[in-house]
Design a protein around this ligand. Structure first.
Ligand SMILES: *Cc1c(COP(=O)(O)O)cnc(C)c1O
Length: 448
């Protein structure tokens, strides 16, 4: 019986292989590169809407209310923020800068959730003035600053505690580890621990205990860490209920981590939710219904975007060919930082008449334009680089998360334009590229 259910679980988690999101036709790419040049980012609005729907649907079996928060840090493009506002989701913010962005896009701040690492008094003043009413604290000092800000503004603030479940996480980026910088542990004798923060919140005039938050990491493909964290949460909630008869969790935020396709196929959000929701429902039945918050950056935006670059140089050796692009890690930092294997593809455009495959993909090494050893692009298992010749175009897929936000001027490089394919099917310039002269002035070129 037990064995059967384990087999069932493994089958449920068999990854699906989605096709690459080729949302722009070769003819349109031809026209866009003729007009805007390369490198060029393209965003598909329809994919953004579809991802929100997919995430909602995945968690539909949760017994309580569900809220999805877009983690703005993954991509702060105002065009993307505005798209998500029309989907009615809320925002997960980590800085006053991100708060400024959602305000300027006219998001309703009330439901946004604010989780910073800095937790300063001035920051919280701004957050509360803007109308955010869900603040996550991560330290005793942070909680004290929030209470001071609440007193000054004259509001009682629903306050969540970011816990660090200290569970092992297998993922591209880990945020839960012993004595880590994020959150407070369930145990531990110091004031920076969950029991001590709750004790303070239970007797606080200015802050009201609202619930818990954890964030285990990004690009999580083994979901057992969530189950371990929820098990620990369960035990901790039981302990707190004994200590404080009025203890009640209204909101429970399980953070981000939903994975997307780079090289290996990954489980879908539905498969992830099939794993998590039964445990979350159990938690709700033992401790009372809470609102479930799912945060997502990567999943909501990654597949919506591609980066078009041009092959500008090549050199051939006996064993392999080096293909040099007009892009570099100043546009896709995670290729260097995390060795992220973005799927790449040589585009077949109407102008490429007669050009054909010369070398198998595995013998091609992709490199960027920067004079830096780390400026190379690891290949994905979904990459196709046959026909990589000077003058042809190459597309990086699934670059919507943690790429455009890292754009940097290393080597005096400028920011490429960003085009959105709107749900109506037309192409809209949503970010102008920058210029060398603009960069020169920004760097104080006119200060003599
Ligand atoms: C970065 C971050 C997220 C988003 O993670 P993804 O893996 O991109 O979904 C969510 N919550 C917090 C607190 C984060 O720091």
């Amino acid at each position: 019986m037990v064995e059967n259910s384990q087999i069932q679980l493994v089958e449920n988690l068999l990854p699906t292989t989605p096709a690459l999101n080729r949302f722009v036709k070769p003819n349109d790419i031809n026209n866009l590169v003729a007009q805007y040049g390369t490198p060029l980012y393209l965003i598909d609005e329809e994919t953004l809407h579809a991802k929100v729907k997919e995430l909602h649907k995945a968690y539909s079996k949760f017994v309580g209310p569900l809220k999805i928060a877009y983690s703005v840090k993954a991509n702060f493009s105002p065009a993307i923020i505005r798209t998500f506002i029309t989907d009615g989701i809320t925002f997960d913010l980590t800085s006053v800068g991100e708060l400024h962005f959602i305000k300027r896009c006219k998001a309703i701040p009330y439901n946004a959730i604010y989780t910073s690492v800095t937790e300063e008094f001035e920051e919280y003043l701004e957050v509360l003035r803007t109308g955010i009413r869900k603040v996550v604290v991560s330290s005793f000092n942070g909680m004290t600053n929030l209470a001071k800000a609440a007193e000054k503004i004259g509001v009682k603030v629903p306050t969540m505690i970011r816990v660090n479940p200290e569970v092992g996480v297998k993922a591209g980026v880990r945020a839960s580890y012993r004595n880590g910088k994020f959150g407070v542990p369930f145990n531990g004798g110091t004031i920076d621990s969950a029991p001590k923060l709750i004790k303070h919140l239970m007797n606080n005039e200015l802050l009201r205990f609202e619930g818990f938050h954890f964030h285990l990491g990004s690009q999580i493909t083994d979901f057992s860490c969530f189950i371990h964290a929820l098990d620990k949460m369960d035990g901790f909630m039981t302990r707190m209920k004994k200590e404080f008869p009025t203890f009640q969790v209204n909101t429970f935020d399980i953070g981000g981590g939903t994975p997307i396709l780079y090289s290996e196929p990954v489980p879908s959000p539905t498969q992830m939710a099939e794993y998590l929701v039964p445990r979350l429902n159990q938690l709700a039945s033992s401790h009372g219904i809470f609102e479930l918050m799912i945060e997502s950056g990567r999943f909501l935006v990654a597949e919506s975007s591609m980066l078009i670059s041009k092959i500008v140089n090549t050199k051939e050796f006996s064993e392999h060919k080096i293909v040099i692009l007009d892009a570099g890690y100043h546009l896709l930092l995670d290729a260097a930082l995390l060795k992220q294997e973005y799927p790449q593809e040589i585009l077949s455009l109407p102008n490429d008449k007669g050009k054909s495959t010369t070398m198998p993909t595995k013998n091609i090494h992709l490199a960027g334009r920067l004079c830096d050893t780390y400026d190379v692009f690891p290949l994905s298992k979904s990459s196709f680089l046959g026909g990589a010749e000077v003058g042809r175009y190459l597309s990086f897929y699934n670059v919507g998360a943690y790429s455009l936000v890292f754009n940097m001027p290393f080597h005096c490089q400028i920011k490429p334009p960003v085009i959105m394919k709107t749900s109506k099917g037309d192409f809209k310039l949503v970010r102008k590229g920058t210029s060398y002269e603009g960069l020169f002035m920004e760097e104080g070129g006119d200060i003599i």
